[in-house]
Design a binder for this molecule. Sequence first.
Ligand SMILES: Nc1ncnc2c1ncn2[C@@H]1O[C@H](COP(=O)(O)OP(=O)(O)OP(=O)(O)O)[C@@H](O)[C@H]1O
Length: 252
Amino acid sequence: MSASASATASDVERLQGPLLRAQGLVKGFGAVPALNRIDLEARPGRVTGFIGPNGAGKSTTLRILTGLIRADGGTATIDGMPYAALECPPRVLGVVGDLAGAHPGMTARGHLQTQAAMIRASDDRVEQVLDETGLRSAARRRVRGFSTGMRQRLALATALLGEPAGLILDEPTNGLDPSGTIWLRRRLRAFADAGGTVLVASHVLTDLQQMIDDVVIIEGGRSLWSGSLSDFTDNHASLEEAYLSMIEKEMA
Ligand SMILES: Nc1ncnc2c1ncn2[C@@H]1O[C@H](COP(=O)(O)OP(=O)(O)OP(=O)(O)O)[C@@H](O)[C@H]1O
């Protein structure tokens, strides 16, 4: 029997289905109901935008997906299993964070080597991500002197170390200049074109419009819409216009 013939239905679902999936997520903080049945999917080869007004529940959803907090109800899975059940999470999902953990006195290469050691990535991989993120010339500089754009590149380099299948980014273009934004957009597109899954939460809809294939919209802890960007924008001039029209109707 061939390998493909012996694949089970769940193997096939895993191979073809979304890498990131949340179903019916519920979460409250004391009396504050943050999430009320949130659904989300992000698929291989696609960049998915995760949008919603302030307080909609985006960060809470991402924190549950990445195992930082537990949901009160529903499921959140990465490649079919909860984040906490992954053998080595950074090898499946790269989370582009704010480098709060990077020692300011560390060089970019030193930071990456330390992170690589924790996930058993090689020194060669460190050199590769320095190239992939355009940081080679800054490899010996200390993180404390980095601009916002360089920090963003280093955060992405850190997330890429484990050669993950997916990337999650929360407000990645915050503070980036136009060339930094264009660079990031191209980098994420290349990652998705190589079969990667990208989930980006952002308020900057003009940046997102040029970056994403699919959209997930939430508001007040509830799922409002999900599907392709082209279906969502349909007869609207832009993502921003389509989004504002939906949110205004919803709030009315
Ligand atoms: N640790 C917490 N304790 C109490 N309430 C919280 C906590 N974290 C989030 N919340 C509340 O949960 C709701 C959802 O917050 P969340 O940060 O997930 O929204 P968001 O969509 O990411 O917002 P923003 O776009 O402003 O970052 C808000 O009402 C928020 O005040």
